[in-house]
Ligand binder design. Structure first.
Ligand code: SAM
Length: 315
């Protein structure tokens, strides 16, 4: 999937890419909520922009690949709106992998788990036990546990605290983000497209180098690795400096059009100095003060759509 680099792209930071905030997302529910997972650093909001990137670069009807899939919000948006013919998603966290594997291969069993296990602190204890010893459990039990912890933890962080606190004494309870009917519907919509989805659970660098993963020419790869600075707080699998550097070496040699997003740090800018880049402004609705967080996107083998047709963030 990748080869030794022969040409270098000049470094160039161009205009800002502004993503819609929560108010805009609500009006565009199909883009923001296609994934049943609430993922920290999730990029579902990028879906419409990636669709315009796909159109501008003649990649419609092709393949979309996310080696760090997480909640795979953008992937699901692109698939369900038929911007691409099929998607390949990969995640090294066996909990996340199992979730997607169950959605694609055994969604009725997963739905049965969701219907029969009540959203209680006991179910959370069960889910935590499963994720602490995944090898002793089935894919469906692991998938349910990942899903349940994701939906009942603050910001969707699998190792994070429970919504409403351990005492569950306040107005907000752990099921505040656990509308089973809606979530099951989302799982069914995705499962209906399962013949167009391939799921892997590999280390992303191995996945990118794997001869078994054949990519057609019309492919867009989106690399969204764990953040450089806060990855260890958000994900069960994260990277050290050396891993980020290894990925940068591989990413700059990929032979298919590629975008890579990161938290904007001097270390990451240095690693990707040979690639073109654009700034991304993301507003995080989950934070009370709704700060704008700056991220950066590097790209290769692509022309960015101009102008970028994104709704302006609400005031
Ligand atoms: C920034 S999140 C991806 C978010 C995703 N783009 C979304 O929209 O939800 C990074 C993901 O990389 C996964 N990950 C961490 N180390 C990995 C590795 N070595 N190979 C593949 N995936 C990895 C984490 O489990 C996490 O789900």
């Amino acid at each position: 999937m990748y080869q030794k680099k022969s040409t270098l792209l000049s470094s160039n930071v161009d205009n800002k890419l502004l993503l819609p905030d929560f108010a805009t997302r609500r009006n565009n529910a199909s883009s923001a909520f296609a994934s049943p997972l609430r993922y920290p650093g999730g990029k579902g909001r990028l879906g419409p922009w990636i669709a315009s990137l796909i159109r501008a670069n003649g990649l419609c009807g092709g393949c979309y690949v996310e080696p760090y899939a997480g909640g795979a919000g953008a992937a699901m948006y692109l698939l369900l709106h038929n911007h691409v013919n099929h998607i390949i998603i990969n995640d090294a966290d066996p909990a996340v992998y199992s979730f997607w594997q169950a959605v694609v291969n055994d969604h009725e069993a997963l739905i049965e788990e969701i219907k029969t296990r009540e959203p209680t602190m006991e179910t959370r204890d069960f889910a935590k036990k499963v994720l602490s010893n995944i090898n002793a459990h089935s894919i469906v039990e692991t998938a349910f546990s990942a899903f349940f912890l994701n939906r009942t933890s603050w910001s969707g962080i699998l190792n994070g605290g429970v919504i409403g606190g351990t005492a569950q004494g306040g107005k907000i309870k752990l099921d505040a983000r656990y509308n089973r009917t809606d979530l099951i519907a989302r799982i069914r919509v995705i499962a209906a497209e399962r013949s167009r989805i391939r799921v892997y659970g590999l280390d992303a660098i191995k996945f990118l180098g794997s001869n078994g993963v054949e990519l057609p020419n019309k492919t867009l790869i989106y690399l969204d690795p764990p953040y450089y600075n806060k990855g260890s707080q958000l994900y069960r699998r994260f990277y050290e400096h050396k891993d980020h550097a290894d990925l940068a070496r591989i990413a700059t040699t990929l032979t298919r059009p590629t975008i890579i997003s990161y938290d904007d740090t001097p270390e990451i800018r240095e690693m990707y100095r040979e690639m073109k880049s654009t700034s991304i402004s993301l507003r995080y609705s989950t934070h009370a003060k709704r700060p704008i967080t700056s991220e950066i996107m590097f790209y290769a083998g692509l022309t960015l759509p101009n102008p970028l047709l994104l709704p302006a963030p609400a005031p």
